[in-house]
Structure formats: structure tokens, C-alpha cells
Ligand binder design. Structure first.
Ligand SMILES: O=C(O)c1ccccc1N[C@@H]1O[C@H](COP(=O)(O)O)[C@@H](O)[C@H]1O
Length: 234
């Protein structure tokens, strides 16, 4: 994206946008990051052509995130060429070495998703801290789930109590307008990400739900003290 943007106290990402109408609703309501989903099995998946057209409307108004799951270099290169994202969201089992390799190859920010269900999952957080540009702490998908994310499940936020407050991370997993302010207040997160919580059916985003989510996140953000570092948009 071009030019500096002001720094919101809590970054809001709307993920899985697939129509111009819900894109405009997200941007109009002040979304900081817009995610386009390139995981073919997802009900939110967009084609390269659709993603490119939607991303063209975003330029300069928010950051663009391309969501992939254990994708190979050639496919990612095609997405990067078509969509010109600011960030790659890696929502699979990509190890830290893969994160670093993609940073080197594409020169983009990497938002690495880590599924959280219990205390053992924090080892994965530690392994990626200092490698990924930002972490996305999401509810771990149940065994056998078709999707590694986007399942509308909340995890136990108290698992994050011992995290280093300086860790650059965003929170996701079952967030919606009714719980996002509490999630921000409870965790002190500097960023939130939502997909199914702003939908009326899988893959069907709703403008009113998006607007309500962003408004609720902004109200929750008032409970978070000013940041010295993370929270800055790139
Ligand atoms: O949304 C999807 O379909 C999806 C598919 C594969 C990987 C990740 C996916 N979504 C991401 O998961 C988080 C949490 O989703 P939800 O809000 O609980 O529905 C979402 O913000 C996306 O970044």
C-alpha cells in the first residue's frame, strides 16, 4: 500500500472478503487489513482473478493479506503477482524455516497462524516468535476439520496470560461483535481478526455484521493502553 497510515490502537482485520459490497463495507467502517482467502477448500476462497480485482479496490485504503495454507512457492508467486499483498498469512503447518524462506523470497510481512487449544501449543508460539513478523493466535481446529481456521471457535484466552506483552500478535477464533471488546480487554491484544463471526452463512459476509464488529473492536480498543511498538501498520 502507499503512504503512511495512522496507527490504530488495535488493528482490525476482516478476513475472507469475496464481494465488492462487503469489501466496501469493511473499508468504509475502517478495517485496517483485508484478507483474501486462497485456500481452495474454504467457502471464502477467491480465484486469482477475483482476488486481483478486489485487491485493486483496496490499494492505499488498508493492508492486503493473502491467506494460504501450506502452499508451494509457485502458487504463492502467482498470488503475489496478481494481488500485490502487503502480507502473506500462513495458516497451515509451516515451520519457522518455511516462514523465513518466504520472507526472503517475497519480501512481504508474514502473519503466521498458530492454533491454540492448550498450554502445549504455546511451544509453537515460542518457536515462531522472532521469525514471523506477526503471529495470529487462532483456535486450533478440531481433529478431522476440513479447515484449519475459519471455524468460528473460541479458545481459552487465559492461555495467553503469560505471553510477553511485546509479542507482536493478533487474536482470532470465534470473534464477533458480541465478544470482541471483551477479548481485547481480557488479552490486551493489539489486533483482532474475524471471518465467520461477520457472516450469515459460511462464506456469506454481511455488511451490518462487519460494521458492528469494527465498532465493537474500536470500543474494546479504548481499554488497551497506548502501544510503544506493535500495532504499527507497515
Ligand atoms: O476462513 C477460512 O475459511 C479459513 C480457511 C483456512 C484457514 C484459515 C481460515 N480463516 C482464518 O481463521 C481465522 C478465524 O476464523 P473465525 O473468525 O473463527 O471464523 C480467520 O480470521 C481467518 O484468518
Amino acid at each position: 500500500m502507499s503512504g503512511p497510515r495512522s496507527t490504530p490502537p488495535v488493528i482490525v482485520k476482516i478476513c475472507g472478503i469475496s464481494t465488492p459490497e462487503t469489501l466496501e463495507a469493511s473499508l468504509g467502517a475502517g478495517a485496517d487489513m483485508i484478507g483474501f482467502n486462497f485456500f481452495p477448500k474454504s467457502p471464502r476462497a477467491v480465484s486469482l482473478e477475483a482476488g486481483s480485482a478486489l485487491a485493486g479496490r483496496v490499494a492505499g485504503r488498508a493492508e492486503i493479506v493473502a491467506l494460504t495454507v501450506d502452499m508451494g512457492d509457485d502458487e504463492i508467486a502467482a498470488i503475489v503477482a496478481a494481488v500485490r499483498p502487503d502480507w502473506l498469512q500462513l495458516h497451515g503447518k509451516e515451520p519457522p524455516e518455511r516462514v523465513a524462506a518466504l520472507q526472503d523470497r517475497f519480501g512481504l510481512g508474514v502473519l503466521k497462524a498458530i492454533g491454540i487449544r492448550g498450554p502445549d501449543d504455546l511451544a509453537e508460539v515460542a518457536a515462531h516468535a522472532g521469525v514471523a513478523d506477526r503471529l495470529l493466535l487462532d483456535a486450533k481446529a478440531p481433529a478431522g476439520a476440513a479447515l484449519p481456521g475459519g471455524n468460528g471457535r473460541v479458545f481459552d484466552w487465559s492461555l495467553l496470560d503469560g505471553l510477553d506483552p511485546a509479542l507482536p500478535y493478533m487474536l482470532s477464533g470465534g470473534l464477533d461483535a458480541g465478544n470482541v471488546a471483551e477479548a481485547i480487554a481480557r488479552t490486551g491484544t493489539r489486533g483482532v481478526d474475524v471471518s465467520s463471526g461477520v457472516e450469515t452463512a459460511p462464506g456469506v459476509k454481511d455488511a451490518a455484521l462487519i460494521e458492528a464488529f469494527i465498532a465493537a473492536a474500536r470500543s474494546g480498543a479504548d481499554s488497551v493502553p497506548a502501544s510503544s511498538g506493535e500495532g504499527t501498520t507497515t
